[in-house]
Design a protein around this ligand. Structure first.
Ligand code: SF4
Length: 371
């Protein structure tokens, strides 16, 4: 049975694990985990016997299977494996003014969006709090000497389908890893109950809604969950989120050639974005082998953006990052063949035997990128 990640227990659970130790050990341990990004076995402030004892009950969950770097823009993508044989991905994106990490909340995804490599591959399981946080801790170490400034939950999985663990991870990112709530964004495919619940948490975290189409017929084709939560409900929930938190929602729109990039699509989007007072992010779609179409050409994206702007909508065209390294979410996992692992971030040693690597399940097809 896999041991839990050291980044999973909360302070009360740590106090129980440290039963019999002086009270200050819990504080030392928490500081080591969150300020230094070190596992208990690496903490020289703890006595060797305690380090050994803790290594029997908690152990880092993610081991690096593969790392890809795009020399063109500095994007780094990691494929992680876990002891129970699932694969998940994290992408680190350095920009001139910030360093952003895109983390996964689930291994695979059950939402089955057709244009998405992760959706094509299917669902494996929810990630634990520790598995989510280990991605952030690794990214922080890899970003150094620059400061990791932004966290986006836009990797594999639907964050609100793993609500409680994502919320705990977000609270620790803000409270213990010191990243401002306004620099954290959770992206949902439009799970309305999750949006409403998240709005009531009293956080200043941003919300991105992956819309991709502004009429129900097309959206249900691209995003099957639209049949359960149609556009009018998603837009109303986005409006409520804004009213309750004061934070602007952004609508994510993967630009798909000939599918959702026509003038009429822009006009429909302008109406719902105005209704929700949402910002629009246009994302050139990274091509995926399991989806027959491609991203829109640059000229059409520019025309689409202009049409929205003319209708009073705030628009950003997101730079397409990491196209040289299969940066579309789920693509690396899809194309993965087990190979010699390398080390990155806080992992100074590989926690499990190489036989675990062979057990890594590679999802069958490849898929989105709303990265
Ligand atoms: S686009 Fe997001 S919600 Fe849809 S299948 Fe992919 S990871 Fe899941």
């Amino acid at each position: 049975m896999s041991l839990p990640s050291p980044w999973t227990p909360d302070p009360d659970e740590w106090r129980e694990l440290l039963a019999g130790e002086p009270a200050y050990r819990a504080r030392q341990l928490w500081q080591g985990l969150y300020e230094q990004g070190l596992a208990p076995s690496e903490l020289s402030t703890l006595p060797a016997a305690l380090r050994h004892r803790l290594d029997e009950v908690v152990r880092p969950s993610l081991h690096l299977e593969r790392e890809q770097r795009d020399p063109a823009d500095g994007t780094v993508k990691w494929l992680w494996g876990t002891e129970d044989g699932v694969a998940l991905e994290t992408v680190l994106m350095p920009y001139r003014d910030r360093v952003t990490v895109c983390v996964s909340s689930q291994a695979g995804c059950a939402m089955a969006c057709g244009f998405c490599a992760t959706g094509q591959a299917g669902y494996q399981r929810n990630l634990s709090v520790g598995e989510i946080l280990e991605q952030v801790v690794a990214a922080r170490a890899a970003a150094a000497p620059r400061r990791l400034s932004n966290i986006v939950f836009m990797g594999m999985g639907e964050p609100f389908a793993n609500y409680d663990r994502v919320l705990t991870a977000v609270r620790r990112i803000v409270g213990d890893l010191g990243i401002g709530a306004r620099h954290v964004t959770v992206s949902t495919i439009g799970l309305v109950p999750g949006i409403d619940r998240f709005a009531a948490e009293g956080l200043q975290v941003g919300l991105a809604v992956s819309l991709h189409a502004a009429n129900d017929e097309l959206r249900s084709e691209l995003v099957p969950v639209n049949r359960r939560h149609p556009i009018a409900e998603v837009v109303a929930a986005s409006r409520r989120f804004r009213e309750q938190t004061g934070r602007r929602v952004s609508f994510e729109w993967a630009m798909i050639d000939g599918v959702n990039d026509r003038p009429g699509d822009a006009d429909e989007l302008a109406v719902v974005a105005a209704d929700a007072r949402a910002h629009v992010n246009l994302i050139p779609l990274n091509p995926t082998p399991g989806w027959p179409t491609t991203g829109s050409p640059a000229g059409r994206i520019a025309d689409f953006a202009r049409r929205l702007t003319d209708r009073g909508i705030n628009v950003t065209v997101r730079a397409n990052r990491g196209t040289g390294i299969d940066a579309a979410c789920g693509q690396l996992a899809a194309g993965h063949q087990p190979e010699t692992p390398v080390t990155v971030g806080p992992r100074r040693r590989r926690p499990r035997a190489a036989t675990q690597v062979g057990g890594l399940r590679a999802p069958p097809a490849s898929g989105p990128s709303i990265l």
